[in-house]
Design a protein around this ligand. Structure first.
Ligand code: PRX
Length: 647
């Protein structure tokens, strides 16, 4: 690679460390990662750092043997970390539980013993449908201790979504809870799980954590209360950590793509762990005095990597929270930061924008002087939100670590690095790539886009944290990520590189929405809508939203025999909530007579987008029926006024 193509610019990047690390990582990849992988405890070291003989199926640390749970827990028992806190957890009602590394090790061994007694073997899948309670990380660790593969389904997902995921990976065991708390109310999780479990033939055992305590049906022989089975295991139970090949699967996490069916992103053990460890260390360098708070639910990749594997591998103390930011009051987070002395806050632009709305007086009631670093993830942080975060939370003293990455990348990819060398920040830019990451911005033809021109963000070389494949669907993996340009990972994001070599992420280039940072495929919503008996056709678009970034708006055409009504619209909203989950709730359902189509029958999404943003329609000469779009415009305007009135 020529010097000119390196993404760094000397002018703004006068210091050397990151640049040197980056260059070495790209030019001497295997040597570099062999050195970094020493931070991990291996039962046997690898034979080959990177096997790239069968692209795009890259294999990291081939021949290496390790156990991720051992790395997260056992290895700290020989150090002073043994009796330091691994987790401080706070429930929504205000209950607090803490776990030292030793205590969590004990819990994990006991649960591993139960899973083993229930027949879980290396390679078997465990589906986890839990709220943010300590049993969630405990479950992941107990599963991986035995060499099992976990798939966590966010507890806000519907029964149908849960059943689909359980069936796709053929999970043998499900771990759930009786309920969870949300804004003072009980969410009946087990009820939802039971609806899913009616259609999941592979599930043999269900373990139920008692969180909310109400009466729930328990199926004889299948369902077991967590506390009851745990009470029967010896307190000093020890289950040896299963020696695993570095390339064996660690977990499957389903995420939305451009087709209806969510993709089972499969991460492997060795590469992912090395990546998790180094990205957190470089990004935020948590030390022994820190209390790290990543606000993501463990149902998402951010929670997997930065609430479980990375902080535990580093021996960090993490804070985890069950509730919502505005309950019982809008200062819940700031009150907790003050009370627990949290030092690093890693959250989302959506949360920041919500706090901006609440007003800074809520923040200013609290002493946030323990904070030393701030982070952002999930979507681009708009400069106004960045500045507010910097001024009101960071008191103009703390850097903002804006981390760009994806479920598929395992960990941070483009981000300022407080733990390596902090570059000058620009509000709204994720700055430069981490060592090992070789990003580029391409135009439509796959050529490097000129500086300051929008193009497609691609990654040109494999990195240890990358997904291994899509679960049982290697062809889709190849097509989705490497189908556009050979041996080049396609991120699905738009980006520009500025004259200083900084990357600015500009949102998705495909049919994927980011609603409050959550990834939702428009096609997924469309297929659920047309599965409703009243709907014949649907087109879902993202509309800009001041807090959530984006919200879905659905344009639907009804089948004959159905007439538009507010009631039907509500029914369709409810249908989405119960088939996908509340996070996918459309802001509006616009019932129209016809969707704008070309003469060849393709929906002209561009026109729907123009209607949403109130922009000019542009060229409509290919439109089959010009009147349809005027009709849609009028219907949408009508609805928009109604929504505005309600707000
Ligand atoms: O569009 C990018 C956006 O989130 C997408 C990945 O979503 P998901 O797999 O759910 O993972 C979210 C947590 C890592 C990306 O394709 N995204 C994530 N972080 C940023 C971002 N966009 C801009 N800036 C970010 N910091």
């Amino acid at each position: 690679m020529s010097e000119a193509s390196l993404p760094f610019n000397e002018k703004i990047f006068p210091r050397k460390l990151l640049k040197e690390e980056w260059e070495r990582s790209i030019k001497k990849t295997e040597e570099y990662w062999a050195e970094k992988a020493k931070a991990i405890s291996w039962f046997k070291t690898w034979d080959k750092v990177l096997d790239d003989s069968n692209p795009p199926f890259y294999r990291w640390f081939v021949g290496g043997i390790l156990n991720i749970c051992y790395n997260a827990l056992d290895r700290h028992l020989e150090t002073p970390r043994k009796h330091q806190l691994a987790y401080i957890w706070e429930g929504e009602p205000g209950d607090v539980r803490t776990f030292t590394y030793y205590q969590i090790y004990r819990e994990v061994n006991k649960l591993a013993q139960i899973l083993k007694d229930f027949g879980l073997k290396k390679g078997d899948r465990v589906a986890v449908y839990l709220p943010m309670i300590p049993e969630l990380p405990i479950t992941l660790l107990a599963t991986t201790r035995l060499g099992g593969i976990h798939t966590v389904v966010f507890s806000g997902f519907s029964a149908e979504a849960l059943a689909d995921r359980i069936n796709d990976c053929q999970a043998k065991i499900v771990i759930t809870a009786d309920g969870s708390y949300r804004r003072g109310k009980i969410v009946p999780l087990k009820e939802t799980a039971d609806r899913a479990l009616a259609n999941t033939p592979t599930v043999e055992k269900v373990i139920v954590v008692k969180r909310t305590g109400q009466q729930i049906p328990m199926k004889e022989g299948r369902d077991h209360y967590y506390h009851e089975v745990m009470a029967k295991v010896a307190p000093n139970a020890y289950v040896p950590p299963e020696p695993m090949e570095a390339t064996e699967p660690l977990f499957i996490l389903y995420t939305s793509g451009t087709t209806g069916k969510p993709k089972g992103v499969q991460h492997g053990i060795g590469g992912y762990l090395v990546w998790a460890y180094w990205t957190l260390k470089w990004g935020f360098s948590p030390n022994e005095e820190d209390i790290w708070w990543c606000t993501a639910d463990i149902g998402w990749i951010t929670g997997h990597t930065y609430n479980v594997y990375a902080p535990l591998a580093l021996g960090t103390t993490s804070f985890i929270f069950e509730g919502t930011p505005d309950y019982p009051a809008c200062d819940r987070w700031w009150e907790m930061i003050e009370r627990h002395g949290i030092t690093i806050l890693y959250t989302t632009p959506t949360a920041i924008r919500m706090f901006m709305r609440f007003g800074e007086e809520w923040v200013n009631k609290h002493d946030l002087s323990t904070l030393r670093l701030l982070g952002s993830v999930g979507e681009a942080i708009n400069p106004e939100a960045w500045k507010w975060y910097y001024r009101v939370i960071g008191k103009e003293k703390l850097p903002i670590i804006d981390t760009w990455w994806q479920t598929e990348t395992g960990g941070f990819m483009i981000s300022p690095l407080a733990g390596l060398e902090l570059v000058p920040l620009k509000p709204g830019s994720a700055t430069n790539p981490l060592p090992g990451v070789y990003p580029e911005v391409y135009n439509e033809k796959g050529e490097i886009a000129p500086i300051s021109t929008r193009g497609f963000l691609v990654i040109k070389a494999p990195w240890p944290g990358m997904l291994e494949t899509l679960w049982k669907d290697p062809e889709r993996y190849k097509q989705t990520y490497f189908g556009r340009w050979p041996n080049t990972y396609y991120t699905g994001d738009y980006a520009v590189k500025d004259p200083d070599g900084y990357f600015w992420l500009l949102g998705r280039a495909d049919e994927v929405l980011k609603v409050a940072g959550h990834r939702i495929g428009t096609v997924e919503l469309e297929s659920e809508l047309v599965s409703h008996p009243a709907v014949s056709e649907a087109a879902v678009m993202g509309k800009e939203d001041p807090v959530k970034g984006e919200v879905p708006v659905a344009f639907v055409v009804l089948r004959s025999g159905y007439t538009p009504s507010e009631e039907l619209r509500q029914q369709l909203v409810q249908h989405i909530r119960s088939t996908i989950g509340p996070i996918a709730t459309p802001e509006a359902i616009v019932i129209v007579n016809k969707l704008p189509k070309t003469r060849s029958g393709k929906i002209m999404r561009r026109l729907l987008k123009a209607v949403l943003v109130g922009a000019a329609l542009g060229d409509i000469s290919t439109l089959e029926d010009e009147a349809s779009v005027e009709d849609i415009k009028a219907t949408y305007e009508e609805l928009r006024k109604q929504i505005e009135k309600k707000q």
